[in-house]
Design a binder for this molecule. Sequence first.
Ligand SMILES: NC(=O)C1=CN([C@@H]2O[C@H](COP(=O)(O)OP(=O)(O)OC[C@H]3O[C@@H](n4cnc5c(N)ncnc54)[C@H](OP(=O)(O)O)[C@@H]3O)[C@@H](O)[C@H]2O)[C@H](O)CC1
Ligand SMILES: [K+]
Length: 203
Amino acid sequence: MRSLERAAIASGRISGLDLMERAGTGVVEAIGEAWPDFRTPADVPRHAVVLCGPGNNGGDGFVVARLLRRRGWKVTLYLYGDPERLPPDARTNHDRWRRIGTLSALPAAPDFSTADLVVDALFGLGLTRPLTGFGPIFSALATAGRPVLAIDLPSGRDADALPDSVGWPSAPCSLAVTFHREKPLHARLRAEGIGVIVKPIGL
Ligand SMILES: NC(=O)C1=CN([C@@H]2O[C@H](COP(=O)(O)OP(=O)(O)OC[C@H]3O[C@@H](n4cnc5c(N)ncnc54)[C@H](OP(=O)(O)O)[C@@H]3O)[C@@H](O)[C@H]2O)[C@H](O)CC1
Ligand SMILES: [K+]
């Protein structure tokens, strides 16, 4: 994926920011596909809790937050990481979000009880080692029993599904929305009964 992305950007055909916008747009489309009743406007705004991480997976989360807000959703956004250290495209989408919404630092155990949907944009392809310290958040998420959409892949899982990554702590997930092509992990997610939707992003 990285080499495809680099080649597409190097060719000048598309920018990283375009890819991120298309990724976020695909995620919002997938929400309507997986949960059709979310497509119809509700008498009270639906509430999405978006968990953004320190990289471009978090960047996708900022795009999704903005697009859901534009569709009338109430959005609560938590950021794990320092905005000053976000990679450029994620920072741009952080700034775009901050023009229309607020954010809080990710607490030890966020309140998911009023969420109609939780968006896991903490970590994606850039996970390089098992997560530590996310146990309380992941168990709060599991206890809340709300639908969880993972951007690209459930945070904590290894995209290549390497044998030694089995058992790494990871976020609960109802649906994973990935981009361009499935990664090895997605076959395992399907086998676990987790929905997987692949969205094109023009690569
Ligand atoms: N072409 C595409 O597929 C596109 C993908 N997009 C999205 O981008 C992410 C990949 O973004 P990337 O910034 O490479 O990585 P992540 O956001 O997944 O995470 C990187 C940051 O996470 C830190 N990290 C990694 N492992 C851990 C850990 N175990 N504990 C704590 N922090 C961790 C990492 O820090 P380092 O210390 O490792 O440097 C990074 O800060 C992809 O998944 C898609 O969602 C594009 O948006 C669209 C095109
Ligand atoms: K994720």
